[in-house]
Structure formats: structure tokens, C-alpha cells
Design a protein around this ligand. Structure first.
Ligand code: C2O
Ligand code: CU
Length: 491
């Protein structure tokens, strides 16, 4: 009797084990990313409660419009640039040499200054970056075909090849450009630069870009870890464009002057008040413009808790010590309200939820604790489907322990609330919104730029681990394919 019972137990255990192995094996098998695939064919379609357009494959139905046809104007350009991607050795002030990937031999790449309304043409050439490159215009809401995402809006540009981008810049402000091919490695290694869109009548004064980037663990400003000095006559209006090109937060401090935050993510703020000793924490990929009047003394602008700083003074004085911040800047209550085309009381055509968690599972065949979007691991993540003209609300919640600077391509979102607290300051438009652990934001945008758009974490390591998804306009298709077979790996 006993023996029989033991046998039954053993058989039951074996059956259970086989069952578990089958389930785990299937999860593993399903998680492997194919050598090549279309972004239209994966993910779980989410209509945000709106009409169910497009159907499975969200746009692969006949009569659709191809991403390739959603391109920029073909008129003669007002400004032309050529950027060449290549390997180069960068020498930091300490003498440290960094084997970098660059545009035109430097990192940051050339600063592109254009004027509002310009038709910009940029030719990207790849000299020797084997994995290929593209250029994404981070924060510039370009037509979809000009968005520079390998495998979604174009093929990666391989060594010896080139690609032309054309778009008209209508938004004034501070933006940046970077490769969107193997971006988690290539951006970190230096394939980025800053693009500034000036108003047609540029205001008087000094206008400087300060781009933070960490090379091999060394924080730098404009590729220099010692910062540098600028002579500026007292009384001069100064605008500093702070750009965080890292995948994680950077906190800037200003010492020796009161200042105002003039813009966030390229959009001017309404009636910004004067601040002093307030730390400016910028999301990975985010930008903040600050303004002040040059004082007779020295002003220090640096990355908090580092020695990386620039000094602005009338006489070339050395940097004062950092005045540590006593408060953190909070855009939710800064400035004063102004009318917007929509707000929290608007009627939304679609409302989406995007909840970030971690869960055990397989990602591309590897087991581990994975990022999950609405409970699903990439490529099984949601695809938000919209129609042109829709007013869209998205509630983004971070239930993980990581910080996620969420970046939606092709659109700016209006922040409505954080953790239920409404935005009561200046209208706060963002393209790279830091969502801290436990936080929940409600944002709104108008679906006014048809295409297939990435929506991902700008901690590009997280994105490469699956914290990425798409916003798809119904009926838009792409002829491009992601996957090793096509050399297209946007993350
Ligand atoms: Cu700055 Cu999808 O990127
Ligand atoms: Cu993240």
C-alpha cells in the first residue's frame, strides 16, 4: 500500500514538474525576439476606451499610410547641416582620454542653431560606426519619417551610407539630437548634440548651452569636466540652456545669483518667479532654461555634488564655492496659470493607463526580474492606438523602485496632476517626464502628428531592457523592420 502511495506521489510530482517546465518553457520560447519583425505585429492593442480603429496589427490593414510618406517638406531648405558619425578620442581637461563615438569628431556634436520657421535639412553620414546610426530630434515634433528611429521610421545608416532629414521648426526652444540605433550604448558613448531653435528676433544678451554628460563615469559639461570661465559684463541678460543627456537625473545649482526658470523641455513658462538656492533636477533627456542678469560678482553654474561647473563673471574671476540648494524646484506650482487649448476639465476621446512594475519572467529568452508595462513584459506591451485629432489622457504610474524619465516622441504632453495634486503653476509642457518611484502623473496631449511613435523610458538601459512601447495612429504602417537581420535595434 505504502509503495503504491509513494509511486502515485512520484508520478504526480513528475507530472507537476513537466507541467511547470512546459509553462516556463513556453514563456521562455515566447519571449525570444525574432531576428526581424515589424513593430506593427507585436504588443497588445489598447484603444483607451475610444473607438476600435485599425484592428489587430494596428494599421496593417489596406489603405493605410506608410511612415515613409509622412515626411518633411521638399521646398529648398533655409539651413543645411552635415553631421558625420565617427569614432574619435576625446581628451578631458584632466588628460583622461575617452574612446568616444562622435558627430564630427566631438561630443557633444556641433551645436545646431536654427530660427523659428526655418526649413532645416541635415545630412547624416556614417563614416565608421559599425552598428549603424540614426538621428532622433529629441523634443522637436517633426513629421514621423524624420523621427530617426531605426526599424520604425528608417533603416539604420551603416558605414559609408547617408540619410537626409528635413523638417520645419515651429517650436522655439532647447532640444537635442542623438542616435536612435543601439541608443543605450551609442548615446552614452557620445553620439548626441544640442539643437536650439531661436525666435526670429533673438533677444539681446548671452545665450549659452550647458549639456551634461557622463563619459566613463566622469561627469562633464559640454564635454569638459572642468567647466570653464566666461567673461560677461555686469547687467547682461543671460540665458542658460541646461541639457541632461544622461539616462539618469542630474541636479544643477546656480550660486551667486537669483534666477528664473524660463522654459522646460523647450516650452517657455508663464510668469516664472525668482528663485535662489533651489536645485534644478533635470530628467535624463530633459532640458531646463534659466535666466538671470549677470551680477558684478561671479556666478557658478554646476552639477550638484561635483566639481564640474562654469563660472560667469565680468572679470574672469574664479568660481565661488557651490551654495548647496535648500529646496528642490517643483514645476507643478511654479509660475502662474495661462489658458491652454485643453486642461483637466476637457472631454477626452481616449484615456490610457500606463503602469510600470517589475515582475519575474523572460525578456528575449533570458530569465530575470523584468520591466512590465500594464503587467506585460516586452514585446507583449500595450500599443496605444489613436486617431488624428483625438484628445488623449494618459495616467502614468511608477510602481517600481527605479526612476523613469518617460519620453513620448512627436508630441508634447501637458501635465495635469501629480499624485492627485493638480498643476497650479504655469502650464507645464513636457516631452521627458521623470516619474519617481510611487509617483503617478496624469498628462494630456492632442494627437496631431500622425505616425508610429516611440514612448519609452529615457534611461536608455531600461529601454533596452524592455521599458518601451508605441503610440500608433490607426492606419499608419511601416515598411521598416526591427531585429538583427535588418541591423535595426532602436534601443
Ligand atoms: Cu531621446 Cu526615443 O529618444
Ligand atoms: Cu526607466
Amino acid at each position: 500500500m505504502r509503495r503504491l502511495a509513494a509511486k502515485v506521489v512520484t508520478v504526480a510530482l513528475v507530472v507537476l514538474l513537466v507541467g511547470v517546465l512546459a509553462v516556463v518553457g513556453k514563456a521562455w520560447w515566447d519571449s525570444r525576439l525574432p531576428g526581424t519583425y515589424s513593430v506593427m505585429d507585436y504588443g497588445t492593442v489598447d484603444y483607451g476606451g475610444g473607438s476600435e480603429v485599425g484592428g489587430r496589427g494596428h494599421g496593417s490593414h489596406a489603405g493605410g499610410v506608410s511612415v515613409a510618406d509622412l515626411d518633411g517638406p521638399s521646398d529648398p531648405p533655409d539651413t543645411r547641416f552635415r553631421l558625420t558619425a565617427r569614432h574619435a578620442t576625446i581628451h578631458l581637461a584632466s588628460g583622461r582620454a575617452v574612446e568616444a563615438l562622435t558627430f564630427d569628431g566631438r561630443s557633444p556634436g556641433p551645436e545646431l542653431r536654427v530660427r523659428q520657421g526655418d526649413l532645416v535639412e541635415v545630412t547624416l553620414a556614417n563614416e565608421d560606426v559599425d552598428e549603424g546610426v540614426t538621428i532622433h530630434w529629441h523634443g522637436v515634433d517633426v513629421p514621423n519619417a524624420e523621427d530617426g528611429v531605426a526599424g520604425v521610421t528608417q533603416d539604420a545608416v551603416l558605414p559609408g551610407e547617408s540619410h537626409v532629414y528635413r523638417f520645419r521648426v515651429e517650436q522655439v526652444g532647447t532640444f537635442w539630437y542623438h542616435t536612435h540605433q543601439v541608443s543605450s550604448k551609442e548615446v552614452r558613448r557620445g553620439l548626441f548634440g544640442v539643437i536650439v531653435v531661436e525666435p526670429r528676433q533673438a533677444p539681446a544678451g548671452v545665450d549659452l548651452v550647458l549639456a551634461a554628460h557622463t563619459f566613463d563615469g566622469i561627469p562633464t559639461l559640454n564635454g569638459d569636466e572642468s567647466g570653464g570661465r566666461h567673461r560677461i559684463p555686469a547687467g547682461t541678460p543671460v540665458r542658460l540652456r541646461l541639457v541632461n543627456t544622461d539616462g539618469f537625473q542630474q541636479t544643477f545649482t546656480l550660486s551667486g545669483t537669483p534666477f528664473r526658470v524660463l522654459a522646460i523641455d523647450g516650452t517657455d513658462l508663464h510668469e516664472p518667479g525668482e528663485l535662489e538656492r533651489v536645485g534644478l533636477t533635470i530628467a535624463g533627456g530633459g532640458r531646463v532654461d534659466v535666466g538671470f542678469t549677470q551680477s558684478p560678482g561671479a556666478v557658478r553654474v554646476g552639477i550638484h555634488d561635483t566639481t564640474v561647473a562654469i563660472t560667469l563673471s565680468p572679470h574672469g574671476a574664479p568660481a565661488p564655492a557651490e551654495q548647496p540648494p535648500t529646496a528642490d524646484f517643483d514645476p507643478l506650482t511654479y509660475g502662474t496659470p495661462a489658458p491652454t487649448q485643453y486642461d483637466a476639465r476637457s472631454t477626452f476621446d481616449r484615456r490610457f493607463e500606463l503602469t510600470i512594475t517589475r515582475k519575474p519572467g523572460f525578456f528575449d529568452g533570458l530569465p530575470g526580474l523584468q520591466w512590465a508595462l500594464n503587467g506585460h513584459i516586452y514585446p507583449d506591451v500595450p500599443v496605444f492606438v489613436v486617431e488624428p485629432g483625438d484628445l488623449v489622457e494618459v495616467a502614468v504610474t511608477n510602481h517600481s523602485k527605479g526612476i523613469h524619465p518617460m519620453h513620448l516622441h512627436g508630441h508634447h504632453v501637458l501635465v495635469l496632476s501629480r499624485d492627485g495634486q493638480p498643476s497650479t503653476g504655469s502650464p507645464w509642457w513636457s516631452d521627458t517626464l521623470d516619474v519617481l518611484p510611487g509617483e503617478s502623473y496624469v498628462v494630456a496631449f492632442r494627437a496631431d502628428n500622425p505616425g508610429l511613435w516611440m514612448d519609452h523610458c529615457h534611461n536608455l538601459t531600461h529601454a533596452s531592457q524592455g521599458l518601451t512601447m508605441h503610440l500608433a495612429y490607426a492606419g499608419v504602417t511601416t515598411p521598416f523592420q526591427v531585429g538583427a537581420a535588418h541591423h535595426n535595434t532602436p534601443e
